[in-house]
Design a protein around this ligand. Structure first.
Ligand code: FES
Length: 436
């Protein structure tokens, strides 16, 4: 069994040189995950001068650990959106994500990336009413979603919602192809941004516009992302010897499981918990596999980390109200594939001064309900005041030891470090000194 994602072991990523001097460009993209690379791809297509810098190697962060479902079905979000932001804005959210699905279909048609059109299902094991309410909400938005009372999984369900014509693929094979020929610099770690200048370990990069696609935005003085976002860890196993389920499936319960196939393997995801808190890790997935797929063999196991926003929608657009030429894309709430595509389509418009119809609903400066902000602030304050010798270099919270993955994890905003103190996941921008 391998502790790495199936995508990492089935792709052959290109490498790019390190930036060794100062640079001047029209658009600088910081962060080489799928959102940043799609931005670079569209900017190149539009003939815009750009450069992308990545602190490590491209897709070495979260992109390699996704389950790579391309769908506008984001759990049971539409009934919530209808109530929270109204029918017109909920329609915009759906349209943005459906457009993203179609864009992948167009792009992937001629790319060898194991792209397959599949239906997506969200099911409930104990609450039919929730499923019916979501279908009602979708009807109000003009979307044709079907009710199903059976799915090909070993689960008793109360009902499921089917979205037709969604998709799944191998994200690293996709990036392997589209990143060829892009102006990318790897091992170029940006530590700070001052006005229109990014400071990296080897010099300065000046740009008319800067896009931050570093998973969690790392500049604290603008945008207050540390107040309006937190991170979740979740886990995946890929097993051999389980049936083909011909679709993508997700439990509406946030503690539930998710499923899809990749070739002859079945991917089972779940075990989600706030980073830096106790979780079941892979145990629950292994137990499910042992009970339901008795002859199956585990081939891969991996974990991932997601930025969660307080209202369930990503933050895409101007980094803060006072930074006109600085942009961010983050808070994908576990729907990284479509959100990355929406981000790239929006941000390439914005840096060209073109109005984008989705700018308002995804704006990082939109108002967030005060109650949600308080809950997140409370979590951070508890961990800030907690006595522990191991402090996070981001904003000083007490780090927690993660016994399953042998890492130091921060419960405040989700930075993670190896056993030796080396930075794994941001928003921290440096290592911890464990000798102190
Ligand atoms: Fe913010 Fe640790 S990630 S204090």
């Amino acid at each position: 069994m391998q502790i790495q994602s199936i995508w990492s072991s089935t792709s052959d990523m290109p490498s790019f040189k390190k930036l060794e001097s100062d640079l001047n460009t029209d658009v600088l993209i910081i962060g080489g995950g799928i959102a940043g690379i799609l931005c670079a791809y569209f900017l190149k297509e539009s003939g815009i001068d750009y450069a992308l810098v990545e602190g490590k190697t491209i897709c070495s962060g979260i992109t390699k650990n996704t389950t790579a479902k391309i769908t506008s079905q984001h759990g049971l979000i539409y009934d919530k959106l209808l109530n929270d932001i109204g029918v017109e804005k909920a329609k915009m959210y759906l349209k943005a994500n459906e457009t993203a699905v179609k864009k992948y279909m167009d792009l992937c048609r001629n790319i060898d990336c194991d792209f397959e059109e599949k239906d997506a299902y969200v099911y409930s094991c104990d609450n039919k009413e929730k499923i019916e309410k979501e279908i009602d909400a979708l009807n109000k938005l003009g979307f044709n979603a079907e009710f199903k009372n059976q799915i090909p999984l070993p689960l008793e369900i109360e009902g499921a919602i089917k979205f037709s014509n969604q998709a799944q693929f191998n994200p690293l094979k996709f990036i392997q192809h589209i990143s060829k020929g892009l102006n990318i610099y790897e091992n170029t770690f940006v530590k700070n941004i001052e006005g229109n200048t990014a400071i990296y370990d080897g010099g300065k990069i000046t740009a008319k516009n800067i896009i931050v696609t570093t998973h969690f935005p790392f500049i604290n003085i603008h945008g207050s992302y540390f107040l309006k976002m937190y991170q979740h860890r979740s886990y995946v196993i890929a097993i051999e010897g389980a049936p083909d389920i011909d679709g993508m499936y997700l439990d509406e319960n946030e503690k539930g499981l998710s499923f899809r196939n990749y070739k002859n393997l079945l991917l089972i995801g779940g075990g989600s918990h706030r980073t830096g808190t106790e979780g079941a890790n892979w145990n629950e997935l292994r137990e499910f596999s042992r009970l339901n797929y008795t002859d199956a063999k585990e081939i891969y196991a991996w974990a991932t980390q997601d930025c969660m926003t307080l209202d369930g929608m990503p933050y895409i657009g101007q980094y803060s109200a006072t930074t006109p030429n600085l942009y961010a894309a983050t808070g994908f709430n576990k729907w990284g594939m479509t959100s990355a595509m929406v981000s790239a389509m929006m941000l390439t418009d914005m840096v060209r001064g073109k109005a984008n119809e989705y700018a308002e609903i995804f704006s990082p400066s939109r108002s967030i309900l005060k109650g949600q902000l308080l809950v997140n602030g409370f979590e951070a304050t508890i961990n800030l005041l907690n006595f522990s010798a191991k402090r996070c270099p981001h904003l000083g919270c007490a780090l927690k030891w993660n016994n399953a993955e042998h890492t130091w994890d921060c419960p405040c905003h989700g930075s993670r470090f190896t056993e030796e103190g080396k930075l794994i996941d941001n928003p921290a921008t440096g290592n911890i000194n464990l000798d102190k």
